[in-house]
Design a protein around this ligand. Sequence first.
Ligand code: SF4
Length: 430
Amino acid sequence: MLRVASVAPDSIGAELGLLPGTELLSVNGRRLEDFLDWEFLTADDAFVLQARLPSGQELECDIERPEGMPLGVALEPPRIRRCANHCDFCFVDGNPAGLRGSLYIRDDDYRLSFRYGNFATLTNLKPWDEERIVEYRLSPLYVSVHATDPVVRRWLLRNPEAPDIVAQLGRFAERGIRFHTQVVLVPGVNDGAVLERTLADLYRLGAAVLSVSVVPVALTEYSKHTLVQAPTAEQCRAALGAVDRWAARAVAERGYPWCFGADDLYLQANATLPPAAWYGDFEQRENGVGAVRYLQTRITAASGRYEDWTGKRIAIATGTAMAPLMPQVVETLARETGARFEILALPNTLFGESVTTAGLLPGAAFLTALRDRRDLDLALLPAEAVNDDLRFMDDLDAHGLAAQVPVEIRLSYDFADVLANAASAVGQER
Ligand code: SF4
């Protein structure tokens, strides 16, 4: 059921009499299932909408709007598609108790893959899902492949029903859908010859597979360590060898690398990251692929706008994965700003020290690190560590954190964004 969350004042939606709680039933006689139907079917400037008000009254609205004018209707959040798999390395199993409720949801939703770049396995698609991916041209999709050998993939996903991913991607490819793909590297299962086959099969799918990344499996203290282990430095180097071979072939034949190692793979292999230009448009940076080089690019692009930071003492709080890579980023930042930076490499007090990414740090870790730091002028915190309501993993909210530390804090994805939004300081209203 698709329901209205809010209606902007003076909007078309308000003029029609739509209210929060209104059920949106159909457009041009076609039943609305979710936000995708709503967005695609209302893309025209003229259509007929059927809706049911919270009072039970049904409306039929013949809508004609000036070109491009928004309807002013915000929808209630969609019901997330649940995952049909049971991977041994699933992060949900690696969660301790007491986190935000949404962190216990195993989502595997092609709609969010299209919209937000979440990776999906496509193992829970119904025939009508496949049709709408094609009809609405939901492309590119972000797909967790892990292995193209069906037996290995089913083992990794712990899902005997998982379809043959090469055949599935091939069917979509024939109908114009494109993919960014990833392989989460699980040593002893999908590395070595299995990884070679996976990269070869994906390469053979041609232009439909826009990129593939190889990402070392991330485990927490709570993960199933008897069933899955983190790769060693040697195993990471071997995987990087395969990445490099396929990237070299892709550069020679297609003009771009196509196959990428996650920053973490380089880090764990003690290898040097490729230059920024290697990553093109940084299409998988949200997946930790090229994130360091992306940051450096953004910092340099904002060159000349950091005068407020000159002479200041600024802390950059991050996870222990990023911390060893940070000197490269901070060097660029110090050169551009004239500020003095201190990297705070925070261990994850919630998930355990094996969880190293900045985005999974709990609010309590920042609080512990900053509560006595009167010597700092500013602390930059990773914006990916909070959700849309500015809550950290442990439900501490950013304003609550700001009220408890003696230093101004700002949430930042790439440092330059703080400059673009001078009012981004958290708890500034104190
Ligand atoms: S696909 Fe695997 S890792 Fe992802 S949510 Fe499902 S069980 Fe967890």
